[in-house]
Write a protein that binds this ligand. Sequence first.
Ligand code: GLU
Length: 310
Amino acid sequence: MEYKPVSELQRILACLPEAITDAFNQGQPANYIPALAEVDPKRFGMAVSTVDGEDFTAGDAREMFSIQSISKVFSLSLAISHMGEELFQRVGVEPSGTSFNSLSQLEYENGIPRNPFINAGAIVVADALLEYVSSPKQDFLSFVRGLSDNIDIHYDESVFRSEFDNGQRNTALANYLKSFGNLKNHVSRVLDFYFYQCSLSMSCLDLARAFRFLAQDGRHPFRNESVVSRLQARRINSLMMTCGTYDEAGEFAFHVGLPCKSGVGGGIVAIIPGKMSICVWSPELGAKGNSLPGMRALEYFVKQSGHSVF
Ligand code: GLU
């Protein structure tokens, strides 16, 4: 299929909410983190940011929401930029085929998480990052603000608190990792950093802009510098493609065909290498934890625009 010109993108986005109405009322917002269950389930936003620096939006694209596991791509990118391949001695690169917070796999694989996008993997990445950043929370926030070119991005203390108070599974994962020697810092210090990362509030537009570095060989979206190398950007995109959408990555590859990362706040980011980054948000999740309207919107966008990595 031929690529549509960039001016077509706004037209596709404008038609989108109407085109996917049947994807609503099928799922539910995450409720295992109580603060996430309070969000209006009918919200829908989408933003596209092209490598030429143009932005396109639809619906609630400027509304802030909880990015949750989308933050795992930021922490992975920051960790890779500091320590390169060495990171992969502590965390694998295979899809897990189990739920994102599974304990059993970690037990029989001796404390090496399958990949950096399941919770255990992201907790190891957070631990590794603590070696390289002097003020973890502040440095992480500055990194994300810089990528989005928006200083008005903040941690949501109520989401942090809600997750902290209900984080028994993540605490169990961190303790397991520690028992296998795959966590260097104190469990509570690592979890504090991890929960803060997940509690970031951003809009679709912020995220589409921030993720542009993965569409342009690792180059910073707003500064004349690299966030990660070209090879590292390729590796991160591959991990998003194979592991970025929980144990539904096969469905995503089949229906959307782009590197994606989702979060239980209902956001999904997708990368079209060399062209653009996309973020869609809608809180109703399917059984595997991905936004159902979000997934449908990406499928529609790809079909209409003709963009795919395949
Ligand atoms: N903060 C969430 C957790 O650790 C992230 C889950 C997600 O978005 O996949 O359970």
